[in-house]
Write a protein that binds this ligand. Structure first.
Ligand code: SAM
Length: 238
């Protein structure tokens, strides 16, 4: 945990930030071994960062006097159009995207995903939030990525994708018949990543019809959870 994230309502009338959930308390005790007087990095979700001085700490509760002084790290101007991954990978992928500060993620259906993936409890808003928070805490990021879903590929791609990806360079990571990646930049980008079995030719054609260019991440075929950070580091100035 490289930043302690909070919402305004976590600050009490005494102007102190109180941490009392078990996960963060354990981390503060066992990993950071905090003591009264320590200074810890803090950040308001989707807001500023600063330092928090530990003014009280016991097994159950930690209280910090918070001073916010800097703008939070900016979100990467990257929207990820992601074929819904299998549930156990979804959690890790959400964390990774949040660690990099990906602006938003749209989960999309694809011919080679199992319908049951859409039913996973890991898509419940609270579970999604928890995974994103873990990723943000890792990256020291205050930006909470926005997650939305498009459960029907064709109507979304044909009717809504151009609007969703407006004013971005549009790329689909595809191992075949693809160009090399453009150089890393901070240009607003929409990147499509396929499922474990890959996008079908029909799906790639549909994306290309909406202005997406197929790009290669290299000669090796990568798992989705590897392809995402590789693509981000090739395309974005971090
Ligand atoms: N057999 C599938 C195929 O040939 O498309 C492999 C799919 S790969 C496991 C899952 C996704 O990761 C792909 O759809 C693509 O978006 C991305 N990916 C993985 N390796 C890639 C590479 N070398 N170049 C471009 N995209 C890649």
């Amino acid at each position: 945990m490289n930043i302690i994230l909070f919402h305004d309502q976590d600050i009490g009338a005494d102007q102190l930030l109180t941490i009392s959930d078990q996960r963060r308390q354990d981390h503060l005790h066992k990993v950071l071994k905090v003591q009264v007087g320590d200074q810890l990095r803090v950040g308001r979700i989707n807001g500023q960062t600063g330092m928090g001085e530990v003014v009280y700490h016991d097994q159950d509760t930690t209280r910090l006097r918070v001073e916010l002084s800097q703008a939070g790290p900016r979100a990467l101007p990257l929207s990820l159009l992601l074929a819904i991954p299998r549930p156990k990978m979804l959690r890790r992928i959400l964390q990774t995207c949040a660690t990099f500060g990906v602006k938003e993620i749209k989960l999309i259906n694809s011919a080679k995903v199992e319908k049951s993936f859409w039913q996973t409890p890991f898509l419940q808003p609270e579970q999604v939030y928890n995974q994103l928070l873990l990723g943000m805490e890792q990256g020291g990021i205050t930006h909470l990525p926005k997650l939305t879903q498009a459960k029907l590929f064709k109507p979304f791609v044909e009717d809504q994708l151009l609007h969703w990806a407006a004013n971005t360079q549009r790329l689909v990571a595809h191992p075949r018949e693809a160009q090399s990646c453009p150089p890393a930049s901070l240009q607003p980008t929409c990147l499509a990543i396929g499922p474990e079995g890959g996008f079908t030719d029909y799906e790639v054609d549909k994306l290309q019809a909406q202005g997406f260019t197929s790009v290669s991440l290299g000669a090796r075929i990568l798992r989705v959870e590897t392809a995402i950070p590789v693509a981000i580091s090739k395309l974005m100035q971090l």
